[in-house]
Design a protein around this ligand. Structure first.
Ligand code: KG4
Ligand code: ZN
Length: 325
């Protein structure tokens, strides 16, 4: 079964082809146009999807020499995400499925992230834990099986990736903030600033206090220090932001007794996070680099798993910006 995957929930246009569970090709266009705004501008993002989606699918089919008629099903993200962006990929997928008379399956973007480490690695037998850390979400989930999830904890305010983005903007670095903070942090002293590790009750997360703490510290610095100390601020912020994830993860492991953890989402690319995970006595897996941030390979992969169980979506399926697990 050959599946075309489509992802347009935010500022990445993604297309992928998967044959019988094996990824053939994965293409992502990251819309750099948002860099100068320090965040995603929805109207611009949707226009970029329109501009890119069809040419990307055409060139993918050409490169793989797979004719359109060989595609057996289409999987597309239907939420969560920006409505104007979701509508593009979803309606494109529905139209093509109708025209080719093949099944269409709507995919939950969060669920796709959870399974993204298993595109290339052997899948854990449920139950297992999932730490989902992206620009929009920070969640600890107990995965009991496909479609069966227990939310153990989530962020009470900003998402972890969002905090990386906001701190990066504050100290004059680029967007998305994660990779910028990570690379400046390499030259910094992670203990130069003693930002408090956020620890709300239980398994929930909070990043707004940490962000404000960085802001107040930054405001106290002279112009010269604001430039000279960028590596130290980046390293100290990164240490604390990641420490909070590790602290909650350890607590979740203690509470559930589960030692298998899938870590996913944009922040899972962070090398310091992976270093800290390696220090824990657990069985963890994170996606390869191209599958950490938004991509269509994970959409096609979950679409395949769902289709195998006999699921398929109705063409009336609506884009759902606030979709949960
Ligand atoms: O999963 P993703 O592409 O989009 C959402 O679904 O939100 O995640 C994007 C987020 C951004 O906030 C970005 O700053 C963060 O992931 N990110 C990172 C790294 N690479 C991307 N955060 C920390 N370290 C990184 N290396
Ligand atoms: Zn995502």
């Amino acid at each position: 079964m050959t599946i075309l995957g489509i992802e347009t929930s935010c500022d990445e246009t993604g297309v992928a082809l998967l044959k019988d569970g094996t990824l053939l090709t994965n293409k992502v266009y990251s819309q750099e146009v948002h860099t100068k705004f320090g965040g995603v501008v929805p109207e611009i993002a949707s226009r970029e999807h329109i501009r890119k989606l069809l040419p990307m699918i055409n060139s993918m089919l050409e490169e793989t020499t797979i004719p359109l008629s060989d595609i057996d099903a289409i999987a597309a993200t239907y939420g969560p995400g920006l409505l104007c962006c979701l509508l593009l990929g979803l309606n494109f997928a529905k139209g093509l499925s109708f025209a080719l008379d093949i099944p269409f399956i709507g995919v939950n973007h969060l669920e796709a992230h959870i399974y993204s480490p298993f595109i290339k690695e052997e899948e854990f037998t449920p139950p297992f834990l999932s730490l989902l850390v992206s620009g929009g979400h920070t969640q600890l989930i107990k995965v009991n099986g496909l479609g069966d999830y227990e939310l153990l904890g989530h962020t009470l305010d900003d998402a972890c990736g969002e905090a990386f983005d906001k701190v990066s903007k504050l100290i004059g670095l680029g967007y998305p903030g994660g990779p910028w903070i990570e690379s400046w942090a390499e030259r910094g002293d992670a203990f130069a600033f003693d930002f408090p590790v956020p620890d709300p009750e239980g398994l929930d997360f909070s990043y707004s206090g940490l962000k404000t703490s960085v802001l107040y510290t930054y405001q106290e610095l002279s112009q010269e220090e604001r430039i000279r100390l960028i590596p130290d601020i980046a390293a100290s912020f990164q240490r604390v932001a990641i420490e909070s994830l590790i602290c909650k993860l350890k607590r979740a492991i203690d509470r559930t007794g589960l030692h298998s953890v899938s870590v996913a989402g944009g922040v899972s690319a962070n090398k310091f996070l992976r270093e800290r995970l390696r220090e824990l006595d657990i069985n963890w897996v994170a996606p390869e680099e191209p599958f950490t941030t938004d991509n269509a390979a994970m959409i096609a992969f979950l679409g395949y798993k769902l289709l195998k169980t006999g699921s398929k979506s109705d063409l009336m399926l609506r884009a759902t910006p606030r979709l949960t697990l």
